[in-house]
Design a protein around this ligand. Structure first.
Ligand SMILES: [Zn+2]
Length: 282
């Protein structure tokens, strides 16, 4: 898959945002045909403002990834971006009528379905890549909270997530053929939240759209619903990470290892990688 790709047909999806609780419509529009100029990447458009899916437009990564441009924001972009990556789509316009991308069932299955309907189409432009040549690390390996990128022939991920609750324990996931694994092994893994965080979120006025239909709640003694995979939590982390790599604006070719990460740590790594790209390209 060396060329850039867009979707074949325009498609749309409506649903609620997990943080705002608002009903939001998104419409995915292919890169124009015939392509007269070089394609422009993944771009969100809200209220007429174009917001590129790039780390330089990230305004928050605390609970979800929020992109902003000139005071206009779109939140919770990560699961859609992960699905675009899995389908190899590099160029698409995403018109958003609301503050946040719909959460669906808390995973990426609604995007898998939508992108399957849309289909993909190759563009006559070569895909831009970022190849990691030497290891890059952020976080603190001593404390067991870190993310690193090292050379590999493709994007592969080794993710570890631990929690003191014994029924969670240590979960890990290694994926080499992530595009091959995505639909069945990664996309179904749901958003999760610890009950104590859920209460905190509600007090902060967030998580308004969160429910047992779109979020797996972790109680003191178990989960709110049966798990789809025994390591579903870490699989969801991998989903989030894949979406975060898209924010480089080019396809990342690296082995990524993360321990106890989240969007903040993922984006620290992406920013470090992007800095190196800028430096190397002078
Ligand atoms: Zn997520």
């Amino acid at each position: 898959m060396m060329n850039r790709m867009t979707i074949k047909n325009e498609v749309e999806f409506s649903g609620i945002g997990i943080h705002t609780g608002e009903l939001v419509k998104v419409r995915l529009v292919p890169e124009m045909e015939p392509v007269k100029e070089a394609p422009t990447g993944v771009i969100f458009v809200r209220e007429g403002v174009a917001i590129p899916a790039h780390i330089t437009f990230v305004s928050s990564s605390r609970r979800c990834v929020v992109l902003s441009n000139g005071g206009v924001s779109v939140g919770t972009v990560e699961h859609l971006l992960a699905a675009l990556w899995a389908f190899g789509i590099t160029d698409v316009r995403i018109y958003v009528e609301g503050p946040e991308i719909p959460i669906g069932e808390g995973n990426a299955m609604h995007w898998v379905k939508l992108l399957s309907e849309a289909g993909v189409r190759e563009l006559p432009y070569e895909r831009s890549l970022i190849r990691i040549k030497e290891p890059i690390e952020v976080g603190d390996e001593q404390k067991g909270i870190y993310a690193m990128a090292e050379p590999c022939d493709r994007l592969c991920v080794h993710y570890t997530f631990k929690h003191e609750r014994p029924f969670i324990g240590t979960q890990s996931f290694f994926g080499y053929d992530l595009r091959g694994l995505f639909v069945n092994e990664i996309a179904p893994a749901r958003t999760f939240g610890f009950i104590e965080e859920v209460e905190e979120l509600r007090r902060a006025g967030l998580g308004k759209g969160g429910s047992l239909d779109n979020c797996l709640i972790v109680f003191a003694d178990g989960y709110s619903a049966p798990l789809k995979f025994e390591n579903e939590l870490v699989r969801h982390k991998v989903l989030d990470l894949l979406g975060d790599t898209v924010l480089l604006g080019r396809e990342l070719i690296a082995r990524i290892e993360v321990c106890m990460g989240g969007h903040d740590l993922h984006l620290q790594l992406m920013k470090r990688i992007w800095k190196r790209v800028i430096r190397d390209e002078g």
